[in-house]
Design a protein around this ligand. Structure first.
Ligand code: PXP
Length: 254
C-alpha cells in the first residue's frame, strides 16, 4: 500500500538537450522531429506513470524549442507544466499555448541549470503582473522559490495558488550530514508554513533515487518535479523502469 499520494511531474528538458547536441540546425528545418524526440519520450513517461510533464522553454532555447511546447501541448494526456521566465515574451507565449500550469523561474544565461529560487519578495510588481495575467487566462501559476518565509509570504500575497520549493540546497548538502539535516528541516518548515497559508506546495531540483527517501517523507508536498536523475537512469534501464521506479520510491512501495 502506498503511504502517500505525492504526484510525480517528469521534467523532460534533458531529452531535448541530447537532441540539440547533434541536431540544433537540422531540427529547426524539420519541426524538431529528430532523435531523441522529447514528446515521444514524454508519452512513454506518461505510460510509465508520470502524473504530469514539465518542460522549460528557456530564453536562449538551449534545449526545448517553441515547436516542442506546441507539440507537447497537443500530444500529452496528463498535464503540462511550462517553466518560464517572468518576461513579456514568455507570458505571451504561455497565453498562446495555454499550459495547465506555468511555473515562474529565474533565468540567468550563464547558469547550467536553474540555480536559485525566484526572488518574488524583491519584485512583487513584475511577478504579480504575470501571475494575474496567467491566472486570469485560466493557467494555474506556480512560483519556484527558496524555502524561506519571506518568499512564501510574497507568493501568498500575490495570489499564486501554487509554489514549488527549490530542493537544490538540500540536494547539494547531501554528503554533509549536518547540512543535509538542516536543509531538510528548512524544507519541512517551509512546506508546513505554506500549507497553513493555503498554498499548494510542489518541490523539486536535484531530487534523485537516493535523496528522494528523505523528501518523500515531508508532510504536505503535493508533487515532486524530477528531471535529470530520471532521464539519466532511463539511458540504462529505459523510460518505463526509470519512471516506474521513481514513482514507487515516492509512494513508499520499494
Ligand atoms: N523544478 C524546476 C523549477 C526546475 O527548474 C528544474 C530543473 O529544470 C527541476 C524542477 C528539475 O530538476 P532536476 O532536473 O534536477 O530534477
Amino acid at each position: 500500500m502506498a503511504d502517500n499520494n505525492i504526484l510525480l511531474g517528469v521534467n523532460v528538458d534533458h531529452v531535448a538537450t541530447v537532441r540539440q547536441a547533434r541536431y540544433r540546425e537540422i531540427g529547426r528545418a524539420c519541426g524538431q522531429i529528430v532523435e531523441p524526440d522529447p514528446i515521444a519520450w514524454a508519452l512513454a513517461a506518461e505510460r510509465a506513470g508520470a502524473d504530469g510533464i514539465t518542460m522549460h522553454l528557456r530564453e536562449d532555447r538551449r534545449h526545448m524549442q517553441d515547436e516542442d511546447v506546441r507539440r507537447m501541448r497537443a500530444c500529452i494526456a496528463t498535464r503540462l507544466n511550462l517553466e518560464m521566465a517572468c518576461t513579456e515574451e514568455m507570458t505571451a507565449f504561455a497565453l498562446a499555448i495555454k499550459p495547465d500550469f506555468a511555473c515562474l523561474v529565474p533565468e540567468n544565461r550563464t547558469e547550467v541549470t536553474t540555480e536559485g529560487g525566484l526572488d518574488v519578495a524583491g519584485q512583487m510588481d513584475r511577478v504579480g503582473q504575470v501571475v494575474r495575467t496567467l491566472n486570469d487566462a485560466g493557467i494555474v501559476t506556480s512560483l519556484f522559490i527558496d524555502p524561506e518565509a519571506s518568499q512564501i509570504d510574497a507568493a501568498a500575497e500575490l495570489g499564486s495558488p501554487l509554489i514549488e520549493l527549490h530542493t537544490g540546497a538540500f540536494s547539494n548538502a547531501w554528503h554533509v550530514p549536518a547540512a543535509r539535516v538542516a536543509e531538510l528541516l528548512k524544507l519541512e518548515r517551509a512546506v508546513e508554513y505554506a500549507v497553513t497559508l493555503g498554498l499548494t506546495v510542489n518541490a523539486g531540483h536535484g531530487v534523485n533515487y537516493v535523496n528522494v527517501a528523505d523528501i518523500r517523507r515531508i508532510e504536505g508536498i503535493h508533487e515532486l518535479n524530477i528531471g535529470h536523475s530520471i532521464v539519466s537512469r532511463a539511458l540504462f534501464t529505459g523510460v518505463d523502469e526509470a519512471v516506474g521506479r521513481m514513482k514507487a520510491l515516492i509512494r513508499g512501495l520499494l
